[in-house]
Design a protein around this ligand. Structure first.
Ligand SMILES: Cc1cc2nc3c(=O)[nH]c(=O)nc-3n(C[C@H](O)[C@H](O)[C@H](O)COP(=O)(O)OP(=O)(O)OC[C@H]3O[C@@H](n4cnc5c(N)ncnc54)[C@H](O)[C@@H]3O)c2cc1C
Length: 409
């Protein structure tokens, strides 16, 4: 959005966090501290990965990125087009996706570098008719060293994230203000006049002609609420649960995260080494090289909310039925890999795809602008998505942003 609008407008990006910093301790060294009991709460992860904000609901750990590049800096680089729900309400983003495929390094070339572990897992998925597809990734595959650190700071720069777009916007004249937490908007006569917030702790204001909120599925609804605009209680988060087990020397830790995915009805399955569970879940006591782990990512019911005090989200009865089915499927995969059921264990229920609290509907298919919003206020993040995906949303959010930026211009 910032890159696209800069030039036609003078863009100022107000970003709560700072520049991205990768994991600050060697993973092995940190692993040796697990015995001491210092890792008793997932929220402590920020001490070693400052851009990762972890919050808790009654039964889920919510993860998001606070900093330049947002949550894309923590992403595993999956670049999946998933716009079925948008198509259903009449929004066609074919052109925008075409442009993104030309502009961004999206590739499946990483398959050439797969380890034998990844290839074996892929074959098992095929044998089980799970129709695995090689995950298209935002990356330069030639630079990937299969270290498995995609989500904690790619050490070689193989993974692409949206910091590159911010850099381009800034080199074209946009201003990037970090450490600025937007709190609310000043609205009068149906227009936004200014953006209020705290800059490095002090109250500050920016006057504005046009405002685009892109604080993510948990950030944008709070700013709207503080500005007197209510969202819906239709938060989705795509809950994640890993099913894992012991396998001596399997070395899934030396693998690109989520190298392939199997898209089932209502969830996806993919190999994934779960760092949060590894450090904070007492059932994950083995060395990382001896753990095999399958991720379930669920498309959850759109029931939940966030406000300035708390996140209200838990699995519904329907979510639990779907999750049980996915766990059973994952247990079967692990058995085929060689892990007996009695040795299998679960990870921590977590989620990192929040959105949906001001969903687009058929009525806004031509404007992509909710009529309850002031005329010069747009939203451009996962808050707009009409349904949970249970799939990687970045590419689809970017296609939407492209379309919205054309409308703003
Ligand atoms: C571990 C992990 C791995 C993932 N892997 C993938 C993947 O491989 N592929 C994929 O498609 N998706 C992935 N996702 C999900 C994806 O990263 C997010 O869904 C996506 O980035 C959401 O985009 P967004 O623009 O809505 O919000 P975000 O990317 O979260 O951006 C919000 C921005 O707003 C800033 N902000 C928030 N509040 C304020 C405020 N009050 N004032 C100022 N700034 C504020 C934040 O710092 C951030 O920069 C992953 C998520 C996680 C947690």
């Amino acid at each position: 959005m910032a890159k696209s609008l800069q030039g036609r407008f003078q863009v100022t990006v107000l970003e709560e966090g700072k520049e991205f910093k990768p994991f600050s301790l060697p993973v092995k060294k940190m692993a040796s501290l697990r015995k001491t009991g210092v890792f008793f709460d997932e929220r402590l992860i920020r001490a070693v990965l400052p851009n990762m904000l972890v919050e808790k609901t009654s039964d889920m750990v919510m993860v998001r990125g606070i900093g330049v590049g947002g949550t894309t800096t923590l992403a595993t680089g999956n670049a999946v087009r998933y716009d079925g729900a948008l198509k259903e309400i009449g929004i066609n983003l074919d052109e925008e996706f075409e442009e993104l495929y030309k502009e961004l390094p999206i590739t499946t070339d990483h398959q050439k570098h797969w380890t034998s572990t990844t290839r074996d897992m892929f074959d098992i998925f095929k044998e089980m008719d799970l129709d695995p597809i090689v995950t298209p990734k935002f990356m330069n595959a030639a630079k990937c060293v299969e270290c498995g650190h995609c989500a904690i700071g790619c050490p070689t720069g193989a993974k692409w994230d949206t910091r590159k777009l911010i850099e381009e916007a800034v080199s074209n004249g946009a201003e990037l203000v970090t450490g600025f937490k937007v709190t609310d908007l000043e609205i009068s006569n149906g227009s936004v006049r200014a953006v209020h917030g705290r800059h490095n702790g002090r109250r500050a204001t920016y006057k504005s002609d046009v405002v685009v909120l892109a604080a993510g599925g948990l950030g944008t609804p709070v700013i709207l609420e503080n500005s007197g605009i209510e969202c819906q209680k239709s938060l989705f988060v795509d809950p994640v649960l890993c099913v894992a087990g012991p396998l001596e020397g399997f070395r899934q830790d030396r693998q690109l995260l989520m190298p392939f995915i199997s898209q089932q009805d209502g969830y996806i399955l993919s190999p994934y080494m779960d760092y949060l569970s590894y450090f904070f879940n007492k059932d994950w006591r083995l060395p990382m090289e001896n753990i095999v782990s399958i991720m379930i990512k669920l498309s959850d019911e759109e029931v939940g909310s966030v406000n300035r005090r708390r996140i209200d989200k838990s699995l519904t009865a329907a979510d639990k039925i779907k999750m049980d089915e996915a766990v059973e499927k994952s247990r079967e995969i692990l058995e085929r890999i060689g892990v007996q059921r009695k040795d299998q264990f679960l990870g921590t229920l977590n989620a990192g795809h929040p959105g949906g609290m001001l969903p687009l509907t058929n009525k806004e298919k031509d404007t992509l602008h909710n009529p309850f919003l002031p005329d010069n206020l747009y939203i451009s993040d996962a808050t707009l998505l009409p349904k949970s995906m249970g799939n990687p949303p970045i590419l689809t959010i970017m296609a939407l942003a492209k379309n919205i930026s054309s409308k703003i211009k």
